[in-house]
Design a protein around this ligand. Structure first.
Ligand code: 1VU
Ligand code: NAD
Length: 329
């Protein structure tokens, strides 16, 4: 492993969008850590696409290997928790943002960011879940902690064809929830029905901004933010539970206090960068009762060379499901 291939962003002298290069680098080029991992799979998340485009304050310094999640084998470790060949997953902790990430054949990270895969889980399925599956699982975990059950009523999932949302639909329907998939893509109905959605609705018209509307949802999982999240709050049932983790459609929240004080609606914030004990708890469930079926339908496997094109497509809302990078291709 003297040298290997990586996708790195470099600061551009002329543009806010960084220069993206697939290049040969050495271990010494990577951020520091006591564990070296041979990356088997990494994935494309919205945050990687934002980093690629230089949008938002995602990457703190350059050059930077992108990739906020990955699975692979321990190559070397000076920490006794890990031995060569162990199967592991890494996501969060600033990986791919202020520490080199998973869009490379090798990654080097501190040992306390690394998690063994749940026993029996394979590297491809684990990466197909990745940060996205963890986010969907964490949302479901907190919603159920707040009393959501399938008997309470329908659950809405917005940005429905996206990575987190596709996994959320498969997880929810597998657990017996009735799901309404809300999408702006007219050609995605068959895909969303295949994942188990009972109904597919097009993004509503937000022009009439009302504090409350007819109550529909016992719960909602929102990738979009902005007007969409405000609309979900205004259409939630009494004691409905809404999880917010996304900003794909905007970061403002033009709402009122009425859903909270007249219907007792619960708005839960979801941050996938959780402490390790919570990660381990949710990952165990992702390998048991939360394990979504249909991962093969949700994932598309590409090579590192194809990744810049996939990032462009994600920014234009032309991707669906999860995009997985196989580092051996
Ligand atoms: C997988 C996870 C995801 O996909 S999350 C979605 C992708 N993330 C984004 O789009 C957010 C990108 N970030 C931003 O646009 C900016 O950092 C935002 C949030 C607007 C804040 O910028 P600005 O108003 O300039 O403030 P600032 O950078 O001086 O920070 C203010 C205080 O907030 C903190 N902060 C910043 N970023 C984070 C973060 N990611 N997590 C937790 N805290 C954060 C800063 O440290 C700062 O606090 P302090 O003053 O240092 O105590
Ligand atoms: N809080 C966290 O820890 C956390 C973790 C993972 C993802 N996220 C966020 O969740 C969101 C989804 O991430 P992903 O990786 O699934 O991305 P994705 O691109 O796969 O999915 C986003 C979906 O939202 C849709 N969308 C975008 N703009 C829209 C709009 N204006 N109206 C309606 N739909 C719109 C897209 O078409 C796509 O289907 C992103 O905002 C991401 O940053 C947050």
């Amino acid at each position: 492993m003297t040298s290997f291939t990586a996708l790195r962003l470099h600061q551009s002298r002329t543009h806010t969008q960084p220069d993206c290069r697939i290049e040969t680098i050495n271990l010494d080029d990577l951020s520091k850590g006591d564990v070296v991992i041979r990356v088997a799979y990494s994935s494309l998340n919205y945050k990687d696409a934002l980093a690629y485009a230089g949008r938002g304050k995602i990457v703190s310094d350059y050059p930077r290997v992108t990739g906020i999640d990955f699975t692979g084998y321990i190559e070397t470790s000076s920490n006794e928790m890990f031995k060569p060949g162990d199967k592991v997953i890494v996501h969060g902790f600033g990986v791919g943002v202020n520490h080199d990430g998973g869009h490379a054949q090798y990654a080097r990270v501190p040992a306390n960011w690394v998690m063994h895969l749940p026993h029996g889980m394979d590297l491809l399925d684990a990466c197909s879940l990745g940060a996205a599956g963890y986010t969907a699982g964490l949302a479901l975990h907190w919603m159920e902690q707040c009393g959501l059950t399938p008997q309470k009523g329908e659950v809405a999932v917005t940005g429905a064809s996206g990575g987190v949302a596709s996994l959320a639909i498969a997880m929810l329907t597998h657990r017996g929830y009735r799901v309404c998939a809300i999408t702006s893509k007219t050609d995605m109905a068959d895909y969303l029905n295949d994942l188990g959605a009972e109904r597919v609705e097009l993004t509503p018209d937000f022009t009439e901004n009302r504090p409350l509307r007819s109550a529909q949802w016992a719960g909602a999982i929102d990738s979009v933010g902005g007007d969409m999240l405000a609309w979900l709050l205004s259409t939630a049932q009494a004691e409905g539970v809404i999880t917010a983790f996304g900003n794909a459609g905007g970061f403002q929240l033009p709402t009122t206090v009425y859903p909270f004080i007249l219907r007792g609606v619960k708005l839960l914030g979801i941050n996938a960068n959780s402490p390790m004990p919570l990660r381990q708890q949710v990952w165990q469930r992702l390998h048991s009762d939360y394990l979504p079926p249909r991962l093969q339908t949700i994932r598309r496997v590409i090579s590192l060379t194809d990744l810049p094109r996939a990032m462009e497509a994600m920014l234009c809302r032309k991707t669906h499901g999860r995009t997985i990078i196989d580092m051996t291709l």
